[in-house]
Design a protein around this ligand. Sequence first.
Ligand SMILES: [Zn+2]
Length: 312
Amino acid sequence: MNSSSPIRILLSDCEPWRSFITFRQQRVSTNQKVCSRRDAQILRDFLKIGESEPPTTVLSKVCATFRIGVRIDPKIEKAQGMVIGNRSGEITILLSDRCSEARTQSLEAHEIAHVFFAMLHQKDVIDYEALEEYCWSFASELVCPMSTRLRWAVEFDDDEACFRFAHLSSIARNAKISIRLAISALDRHPLLGLLQAGIVIIRMVPNRFTGKDRDLRIWQCARPYWGYLPTNQSCRKRGFVGAYSFFDTGRHFQSVSIDENLCLLRKKFDLAKWTPDVFTSKCEYTCVDVQNEGRYLVAIWKWPSPIREPFV
Ligand SMILES: [Zn+2]
């Protein structure tokens, strides 16, 4: 949705947008930075959404209150979802008919985030990637707020206690959200700190700043609070070397574990600087093929040595 669209100007004068914008202004000071999770929490509070309400109920409440139409449209080809609006202020979210139920729901939450960004951040200019990041984290906070996420747990069958793709997909299944949204919801989650693990999504894309050098790149991350892998960088540079052959040969939902020498940025204590750290990780790659979106790898990496008491 175009952020300079005339729809916003029309809508911000109408109810319930006017009440919502006032409600938010009472909770956020004007000089605070754009924060997707806070915006989504304020929306949940505004709609008095209970903690245990399932994602479907949350989404229909938002759409009913703000009169956002949702339509499955087989004609959508380039994107899996989009927002359209007209001059009388009607907003409709169009979703592809080729996605799984969980994926469709995550896309709906993501497109809702685009609508709210356009309404709330008229003066905030952010680039495309930052906007997409805003929308995914708004979406995850909207359908599974932090209070719910903090109860997420992982059970292990063996003593190895190694976080795997199977655990990730069971988290997504239980929360009734897509894998991609679960990864977004796990970013900086204490669980990853405790498991000493992180997740990256790897895709074949050009450098997002130059539009050149197509390569396997880190596309999305769920980071433990003490570790960090920059997105956009080539897998080779960060040590995900096995990704290259597995990307070509892997089959849908197939997983392999490979020892990789990864390079991440790490903090040894809360106020320390991020410093590069090279380590050998048992890295599990899982190949996922999504119709309309292509192939990506989910790589779960594990920090080899025990972290002392987690710092906050
Ligand atoms: Zn988007």
